[in-house]
Design a protein around this ligand. Structure first.
Ligand code: PMP
Length: 439
């Protein structure tokens, strides 16, 4: 009996019509097969083979309220009754724009688009136009979408002499077909290394338009910045006339309504937000200082997009803000509590079974890595994790009714509670015993 027969058959059928069979390349990596979904509700998702899973993938982050949240759905339906997009202006844009400037400490103005990738593209353009410089500094292990100017792979980082890492020829494209010319404007640095940052920014200050960083390295190990590092980045970029962009596509609306920059008490010049901001409807934004954002009004920087600011998306954004603002943001405390129960439980179960692992948690997001270390606080160490073992763990968890990403990052939503935690930990126990027994 094949547990995933229907999903496997659907994938075969899809391959005839959908390039690659899946709609986003990453999804093809799911083992034993990319799942096809029947329906989803709250913290749970059901596949076409009629299995139910507790969902910690949450569509790669957006579902902060879980699936099919009733009040969220109601708001979006209500908007849809009046038409889903106009290509004209409407009240929802103003209301969401105003709320974002209230919520995000660094935001004086916002510009809407549809995906995190687009928001990052716009932020980089704003920075170039604002400074009149062209280079962008980014970091190993961070992800900022798949546009030509920023998409890279990380083949063999060598941080043995961190100060010297600046050569553009070392940068490899993230995909075939990428314009290599655009990568000439990138400088790739190790993150959490204040000396490398200072040396490079000082040396290339007249060429660097922007430093773009995830405030927490969520895409590689959920690694927090070292004390003082982000402050140093802020101080250096201000002093050297470089725009500081925090890519809060994951951390925005997740570490708190005001994202990581509210949590850390630091003001970047621009932030990019997306994912959780509209609870699963496509919406992203660049938000930041009026001084930079005004380039759009002046017409210096073009900001385009047929579906930008559509009324479904703005209704979704407002609904998410409404739900997450209730009771003084209690939802964030609850999600953090749920996440902590999970991480503490997982750590102790793995330990009892003799499986060496590190779990890095920041509020309602955490990364589980099988690794022979006591902590993972840089990208080099992150790369030492046992990815094969984790893939096996994720596959076994799937058999137990728990859906987790094959790369180790777990998300928690407001729909996850004690019941889900109990079920999940029982599943972890069974899987850990199996893995430990047959290693
Ligand atoms: N920035 C970060 C930090 C991300 O994690 C992602 C997506 N994982 C993006 C940008 C790109 O967002 P999107 O997939 O919506 O284009």
């Amino acid at each position: 009996m094949n547990r995933y027969l229907q999903s496997k058959e659907r994938l075969q059928e899809a391959r005839a019509y959908v390039a690659g069979g899946v709609a986003s390349s990453l999804r093809a990596s799911m083992k034993p097969t990319p799942l096809y979904v029947q329906k989803a509700y709250g913290a749970r998702i059901q596949d076409v083979d009629q299995h139910e899973y507790i969902d910690y993938m949450l569509a790669y982050g957006p579902l902060i309220l879980g699936h099919a949240h009733p009040a969220f759905n109601e708001q979006v339906y209500e908007a849809m009754q009046k038409g889903s997009t106009y290509g004209l202006q409407h009240e929802g844009e103003i209301r969401l724009g105003r709320r974002l400037t209230e919520i995000l400490p660094c935001a004086e103005q916002v510009a809407f688009s549809g995906s995190g990738t687009e928001a990052v593209m716009l932020s980089l353009r704003l920075a170039r136009a604002y400074t009149g410089k062209t280079k962008t500094v980014r970091f190993y292990g961070h992800y900022h979408g798949w546009s030509d100017a920023i998409f890279t792979s990380f083949p063999s980082p060598d941080f043995s002499s961190p100060g010297a890492v600046e050569a553009t020829e070392d940068i490899t494209p993230g995909t075939g077909g990428q314009s290599l010319n655009s990568l000439q404007d990138l400088i790739l640095l190790p993150w959490n290394d204040p000396e490398a940052l200072e040396e490079t920014l000082t040396r290339y200050q007249h060429e660097i338009s922007a430093v773009i960083t995830e405030p927490v390295m969520c895409n590689s190990g959920c690694i927090a910045p070292k004390p003082g590092y982000m402050e140093k980045m802020r101080e250096l970029t201000t002093r050297l006339g470089i725009v500081l962009i925090w890519d809060e596509v994951i951390t925005g609306f997740r570490l708190g309504l005001g994202g990581a920059h509210e949590r850390f008490g630091i003001q970047p010049d621009l932030v990019t937000i997306g994912k959780a901001m509209a609870g699963g409807i496509p919406l992203s934004a660049v938000a930041g200082k009026r001084d930079v954002m005004r380039l759009i009004e002046e017409g210096t920087v073009m900001h385009l997009g047929t579906l930008n600011g559509n009324s479904l998306a703005t209704a979704a954004g407002l609904a998410v803000i409404h739900e997450l603002s209730k009771a003084n943001g209690q939802a964030f405390k609850d999600m953090e509590h749920t996440s902590t129960m999970l991480t503490e439980g997982i750590r102790s179960i793995l330990k009892v079974n003799g499986l060496q692992a590190v779990v890095n948690q920041l509020g309602p997001v955490f990364h589980l890595m099988f690794i022979d270390k006591t902590e993972v606080s840089d990208f080099n160490t992150f790369n030492l994790r046992d990815t094969q073992l984790y893939t096996r763990f994720a596959e076994e968890m799937l058999h137990e009714g728990i859906l987790v990403r094959p790369n180790g990052l777990w998300y928690v939503s407001t729909a996850h509670g004690e019941k889900e935690v109990q079920e999940t930990l029982l599943a972890v126990e069974r899987v850990a015993e199996r893995i430990a027994g047959h290693k």
